[in-house]
Design a protein around this ligand. Sequence first.
Ligand SMILES: [Zn+2]
Length: 353
Amino acid sequence: MTSTTDIRTRPCPECPVCGSNGSIFYRDLRDTFFGSPGKWSSRKCANPDCRLVWLDPMPLEEDIHKAYQNYFTHEGTAAARWIENIENSQNLPRRLYEAIKRGYWKNRYGYGGGVGGKSYLGYFAYLHPGWRSSFDSAVYFLTARPGGRLLEIGSGGGTELKLMQTLGWEAEGVDRDPDARKNAESRGLLVRLGQLQDQKYPDDYFDAVVSNHVIEHVFDLVDLFREILRILKPGGQFVFITPNIESWGHRVFSNADLMFMDSPRHLYVFSAPSLRRVAQESGFEKIKVFTTIRHAHSLYLSDKAISRTGHFEVGAAVSLQDRLGAKGLQLVEWAVLKVRPTAGEEVVIVGQK
Ligand SMILES: [Zn+2]
């Protein structure tokens, strides 16, 4: 029986990227984060050079909004308040952390330069691999380029976009969620509504195109990458960060499947080879793929929460014990990456036109 809240689907037995057959990877997944209806299954591409994981059956594009009704980019949710509290916090540890971060960005990426030398405080970031991973991802691994034109796809509430603007980029966003766009505009950001392909940007327009945990939600994957190839300037870069289905944490934690699959919002889950494959299929030649430990601790926290209560809420209160466990796990993963560099929780692709 279907109701008006159900998300309609279509069969999708073949890999949407390379067309190979896939075998069943998961069955009976449900939305443990935002409670949207349905049970979901996924397939993994049998092509060893691809290994993409995708939903089969695939939700219909016109129905997928039903899975986003309580999403965290919406104002007033616990998660939105949590992010806001962190951003506005002014206590001493927070101020110190911010100063280390700014110093690190200056030393490594050249942000806030022009007032000479290196920042000594910035070197403290090297004591904490988890911090460094967050700092690198926050600026999308991009070197400072004052006045450079940057586009963020799926800019959500605008946190990352605002930062890039503050750091000197001429930054704008595109997002298909009117609520998220409204939040971003209230922060003085330019965000266009809809999909990237609807915006009709000129050829060779952007110095950088970036996105953070977005491409796993996008229906026309190869189309999206081709459009990015068109709108990037020659020498321009795109940087996408997305969950890594072949991560160490995914093997270790029993509830990792729920977090990674985030069914039905994650239409795909990538690994280093599948991400490289999409970019190659779309015409990119200069590609670099690596993984990060940034969200290793979130995986630990979501696993604990799901074991206890059956669901996980971004921004929910965390005990000191869990906090320490989570940070410990992040350090372990940092060590694992020294041996297996493709085992981080997120996979990052950097491509150049
Ligand atoms: Zn494939």
